[in-house]
Design a protein around this ligand. Structure first.
Ligand SMILES: NC(=O)c1ccc[n+]([C@@H]2O[C@H](COP(=O)([O-])OP(=O)(O)OC[C@H]3O[C@@H](n4cnc5c(N)ncnc54)[C@H](O)[C@@H]3O)[C@@H](O)[C@H]2O)c1
Length: 318
């Protein structure tokens, strides 16, 4: 199979992580990189064997022959860069959240659909063995009838040590509701269907440029099942992100992204086995999609649907 030529825009923590994935996949090659930080761009280009690097994404899409562009810049730049890529007719993988507003997200979805390109989101929980087993067990009746879903997020420090960036700490395009919450909003929509937002109470610092330090939000599934989002940062103790489904016959939880736990009524909560399928990752599915084969991608529609709820959740209710 011919190599899929990838251009990467944004070489921060996550951009680097996916570059490793593209390098590890025998069908993809990163042929050029872009970052407004030219030291980062030139160093990464060097590390990848002296490939081309640019300071501006327009140079990338105008000068390189590409099959895919991966957009891994902070959220408020997703829209501009992604739309430019789509207008060039190039397939695009965009980081979450899709955009920095619902209006931008809708525009990106419409443009991608009109252009007929492959458009995908990086929502890694979709390829996680634990999250997939969570869904499988739920659908096989492990917890009986669903009574309530909770997302509990506790961060001793936000931004976390590995993501010390101004924007992650800011209200405009950061905060843990946006950075972490959106993964679980999308997962909920995937497993349980549409969500309705009811109410959000935020704890906000006095500095209007800084992101939330607390949230209590209530939402519901289409059948009225409650979904509660409870988050707090700058606290004592350890980081814990827990996504729990309570049912009439038991409980299932995803703890700290990858740990699946559960128990039936009257039992203790135990770690549960998952089934790892190494071939099922985002990049192998992108390769299949670009080769015209059947694939499992979460596209801009999934990104848009999650954005609609995200924007309601991260804004204080009237
Ligand atoms: N899918 C996931 O699990 C996951 C995890 C963390 C972050 N993210 C998302 O990935 C994106 C990047 O996050 P990060 O933590 O790597 O951020 P980061 O700040 O570490 O890196 C972003 C990089 O983009 C560069 N950049 C900024 N504006 C640019 C522009 N206009 N053109 C080119 N380069 C530009 C910056 O110089 C920086 O090197 C965000 O959207 C974030 O929400 C996703």
């Amino acid at each position: 199979m011919e190599q899929i030529k990838v251009g990467v825009v944004g070489l921060g923590a996550i951009g680097e992580r996916l570059i490793q994935g593209f390098t590890a996949n025998e069908n993809t090659t990163v042929v050029a990189v872009v970052d407004t930080d030219i030291n980062r761009a030139s160093q990464m280009a060097e590390k990848l064997g002296g490939i081309n690097w640019y300071e501006n994404h327009l140079d990338l899409i105008n000068k390189e022959k590409l099959d895919l562009v991966y957009v891994a810049v902070p959220p408020k730049y997703h829209h501009k860069i992604t739309v430019d890529v789509i207008e060039k007719g190039i397939n695009v993988l965009c980081e979450k959240p899709l955009a920095n507003s619902v209006v931008e997200a809708k525009h990106m979805l419409d443009k991608a659909e009109e252009a007929g390109i492959i458009h995908a989101m990086n929502f890694p929980l979709n390829y996680s063995a634990s999250a997939n087993m969570f869904e499988k067990l739920f659908k096989s009746g492990y917890i009986g009838k669903l009574r309530r879903i909770e997302l509990n997020m506790k961060f001793p420090q936000w931004p976390r040590a590995w993501q010390q960036n101004e924007w992650v700490a800011g209200r405009e395009q950061g905060g843990f509701v946006l950075e972490v919450g959106v993964h679980f909003i999308q997962l909920t929509q995937r497993i349980f269907g549409s969500i309705l937002h009811q109410h959000t109470k935020l704890e906000l610092p006095e500095d209007p440029t800084k992101c939330e330090t607390g949230i209590i939000a209530t939402l519901q599934l289409s059948d009225g099942t409650p979904l509660i989002i409870n988050g707090i940062s700058q606290i004592a103790g350890e980081e814990r992100i827990e996504y729990v489904a309570y049912g009439s016959e038991g409980t299932l939880s995803l703890v700290n992204w990858a740990r699946l736990e559960g128990g039936k009524l009257g039992e203790e909560i135990q770690p549960l086995e998952t089934e790892i399928d190494e071939t099922q990752n985002l990049i192998s599915n992108l390769v299949d999609a670009i080769a015209g084969k059947e694939s499992k991608l979460y596209d801009f529609k999934a990104g848009y649907d999650a954005q609609v709820i995200l924007e309601k959740v991260r804004n204080e209710s009237e």
